[in-house]
Design a binder for this molecule. Structure first.
Ligand SMILES: *[C@@H]1O[C@H](CO)[C@@H](O)[C@H](O)[C@H]1NC(C)=O
Ligand SMILES: *[C@@H]1O[C@H](CO)[C@@H](O)[C@H](O)[C@H]1NC(C)=O
Length: 124
């Protein structure tokens, strides 16, 4: 019995040290981090806000911010597309092609996000 409780304690410690899972009971297409006032995805000056879920997500990232893709489930290539209007309409402003690549938005605001690449491969 004694060795069992030591094992349980060990497992609890490992679980506490691991990064917090992203809402594991909810399906997700992607997780992106938005840095609202930093162009270089720098977490020391700007705490990141996560956007996560399935389908189109309305979340504005204004000019002067940056974003990177943490997780992409819908495409193994890591695609997440950002649009100029809510509801994933308007212009395609960004197509992320990898995870963890920081993209700066110094002259456009992105209003919505969706997992997957746009239908046209050129991204327009
Ligand atoms: C972003 O963070 C970096 C590192 O702290 C800093 O050098 C840079 O000036 C910041 N940029 C903005 C626009 O705040
Ligand atoms: C996003 O915004 C559009 C337009 O305002 C709206 O039609 C759509 O339902 C919104 N989507 C979500 C998930 O809130």
């Amino acid at each position: 019995m004694r060795s069992q409780s030591i094992l349980a304690l060990g497992l609890a410690t490992i679980a506490a040290a691991a990064p917090k899972p992203q809402t594991p009971d909810k399906p997700i297409d992607f997780v992106i981090s938005l840095f609202e006032t930093n162009l270089t995805c720098d977490t020391s000056t700007t705490p990141a806000k996560s956007v996560t879920g399935t389908g189109c997500q309305n979340r504005t990232l204004s000019k002067g911010g940056s974003a990177l893709v943490r997780i992409s489930v819908s495409s193994p290539g890591g695609f997440v597309t950002g649009y100029s209007e809510e509801g994933c309409k308007g212009e395609v402003l960004v197509v992320f092609t990898q995870t963890d690549g920081c993209t700066s938005f110094d002259d456009v605001s992105v209003k919505s996000w969706i997992g997957g690449a746009p239908f046209d491969e050129s991204g327009k």
